[in-house]
Design a protein around this ligand. Structure first.
Ligand code: ATP
Ligand code: MG
Length: 355
């Protein structure tokens, strides 16, 4: 069977380091592994509008920003198709049909939807479109017959919901859609990177991000202001490394060569963590090291981004071409779906036969 990837991001802001470790890095690796015949990367503007209906300008402006972040991280338009969700009407039509296969209570039980409703203070006023976005996400994935979705941990309930829709569709209308699987980063710290404020998730909507496009001084300022262990008041105090954002970031980003280069007095992260737990290691020293690590990781990404910023007409063409290509694929799947649902009325003369 063809191995196909579909993944994407909401254009609600520039992409941050949580996206990088949680999904982008994995995508680039999978892209370059040669194990996938087709790769689709979607800028999910229609999904972004489900909770930004009153801010279309924000969504529009971030299309280019997200595309630049992709290219900066190493998404190669020769190997991956980057496209804009709302430009593909077939996705909306698929969503409409899939809505009949999902109950309201099933969506209400989706833990990510629950958490996001809470985070956005939607409780009493959930837009119907927002409520339905897991179904629209199932449409996005299945339209490309994706087998694999590289994403962060928060997407697991979405994938489960998608698989249920696929199973239900195939059961009712006959084998048509493909069940996808999620690929999470193997490094636990990367699956849900906390914000610099120590909140459970770095998220554009929470404003607790280090952005891939941040300038070196900004990164430094953010790292030095990060939350650490609140019980570690003085350097001598024993500290906690579990749940400590600074150490979670080090687990997500640091490599052995960073120790050799910036902190040679420690053999590696384990030794540094041990020292912190024992007491005698100050937060400032750890943060300075983390800053060096982040600068080393983000420097080349920023450089590539700057280079692409000088070539915006090319980026525009990449998006236009990618969207055209993606639409053709989604149109084929929609045709299969309509045929399976027996709503392909004008594709044959059958409609004229009375039963
Ligand atoms: P928004 O606040 O608008 O929802 P977001 O920051 O949550 O934005 P999304 O566009 O919803 O970002 O997520 C895109 C992808 O990045 C998903 O695969 C998601 O799992 C992953 N991702 C987002 N935030 C993190 C994070 N903090 N750690 C790991 N992965 C993340
Ligand atoms: Mg999100």
């Amino acid at each position: 069977m063809k191995q196909i990837i579909l993944t994407g991001d909401r254009p609600t802001g520039r992409l941050h380091v949580g996206h990088y470790v949680g999904s982008l890095k994995e995508r680039v690796q999978l892209q370059n592994s040669g194990g996938y015949q087709e790769i689709y990367i979607m800028i999910a503007d229609a999904q972004a509008l489900t909770d930004n209906a009153e801010h279309p300008e924000k969504v529009r402006q971030n299309i280019m920003q997200v595309a630049l972040d992709y290219l900066a991280c190493g998404i190669d338009p020769e190997k991956s198709t980057i496209f804009i969700q709302s430009m593909i009407p077939q996705l909306t039509e698929l969503t409409f049909y899939y809505m009949n296969l999902v109950t309201v209570s099933r969506v209400q039980r989706n833990p990510t939807v629950k958490a996001e409703i809470k985070m956005r203070n939607f409780e009493a006023s959930i837009p119907v479109g927002f409520f339905c976005y897991p179904i629209s996400q199932a449409a996005d994935i299945t339209a490309f017959k994706a087998t694999t979705v590289p994403a962060g941990e928060d997407q697991e309930p979405m994938l489960e919901q998608c698989r249920e829709i696929v199973r239900k569709f195939n059961e009712v209308y006959g084998e048509t859609l493909v069940e996808p699987k999620i690929v999470l980063p193997s490094n636990q710290a990367c699956q849900r990177l906390p914000g610099i404020d120590g909140k459970a998730k770095m998220s554009k909507s929470l404003g607790n991000c280090i952005y891939l496009s941040d300038e070196p001084e900004e990164i430094k300022k953010k790292v030095m202001s990060m939350f650490t262990d609140p019980t570690h008041l003085r350097k001598e105090d024993p500290g906690h490394t579990e749940g400590n954002p600074v150490f979670i970031y080090l687990r997500a980003f640091s490599k052995p060569e960073h120790f050799t280069e910036f902190l040679p007095e420690y053999a590696g992260l384990e030794e540094l963590e041990e020292h912190y737990r024992r007491g005698g290691l100050g937060d400032v020293k750890v943060k300075k090291f983390l800053n060096n690590v982040m600068q080393a990781e983000l420097g080349p990404i920023r450089e590539r981004r700057n280079m692409w910023e000088q070539r915006l007409p090319e980026v525009y063409e990449i998006l236009r071409e990618g969207t055209k290509k993606a639409e053709a694929v989604a149109a084929e799947t929609l045709q299969d779906v309509r045929r399976a649902m027996k709503i392909d009325y004008f594709d044959s003369g059958n409609l004229m036969k009375l039963s």
